[in-house]
Design a protein around this ligand. Structure first.
Ligand code: CA
Length: 223
């Protein structure tokens, strides 16, 4: 299997060196860059499997690098923010970061997120369920839109998977509650509406599409 390539954009040499050692130990091929503008050029010129992007950088900050990158590329990006940069985290996700980590971070958690965002759902299985640009892989439990991973919680994924497995069938809230949450779930069908809203925020609203349809008085369907 090909080694996955990761671009590490971080101007603190100690951190980038540490990341490089850890990632190379996990068999990733690493490229290091400590300058925002330079990093943008590198990211546009080559196809990385993932980019780790610090926010505070010389010449061009990480948010601006990401904003310009997203004009032409959907390379998965994990943003690194300092503990108090909440605004950066929100802005980063708004403009298309796939994930973020707050420094200092646990390397194990970063590695887990890298694995999540570099999973190639298209290549890993032929069991993909496809609806337009939406692809759901039940084995890898990965959902992508136009190749970009959608970060879903377990329940969100289960709900999406159930609807994808029953394409063109209108599923009632009661059925979804039974099938996704289980018969012994103690709660109202409102929870289904809440999770449908979460899914729509992450898929329909994010990609300006209408994948999850509401059928008034009947339930939900993906066609
Ligand atoms: Ca920095």
């Amino acid at each position: 299997m090909d080694r996955k390539s990761i671009l590490i954009v971080e101007d603190e040499a100690q951190i980038s060196r540490f990341l490089q050692l850890e990632l190379e130990h996990e068999n990733y091929a690493c490229t290091i860059c400590g300058d925002g503008r330079e990093a943008l050029n590198i990211a546009l010129a080559a196809d990385f499997d993932l980019i780790i992007l610090d926010v505070m950088l010389p010449s061009l900050n990480g948010i601006e690098v990401l904003r310009r990158l997203r004009m032409s590329k959907q390379t998965p990006v994990i943003i690194l923010t300092a503990r108090d940069q909440v605004v950066d985290k929100v802005t980063g996700l708004d403009i298309g970061a796939n994930d973020y980590m707050t420094k200092p971070f646990a390397i194990e958690e970063l590695l887990a997120r890298i694995r999540l965002h570099t999973k190639n759902a298209v290549a890993s299985s032929t069991n993909n369920m496809i609806c337009g640009d939406l692809s759901v892989n039940p084995d890898a439990r990965v959902a992508t839109y136009a190749g970009a991973p959608i970060d879903l919680t377990k329940k969100e994924f289960d709900l999406l998977l159930y609807l994808m497995q029953h394409r063109n069938v209108v599923i009632s809230r009661e059925t979804l509650l039974d099938e996704v949450w289980g018969f012994d779930f103690y709660g109202s069908t409102n929870v289904v509406d809440v999770y449908i809203r979460y899914l729509r925020a992450k898929i329909d609203n994010t990609y300006k599409v209408n994948i999850i349809e509401t059928v008034r008085g009947a339930g939900y369907v993906i066609r």
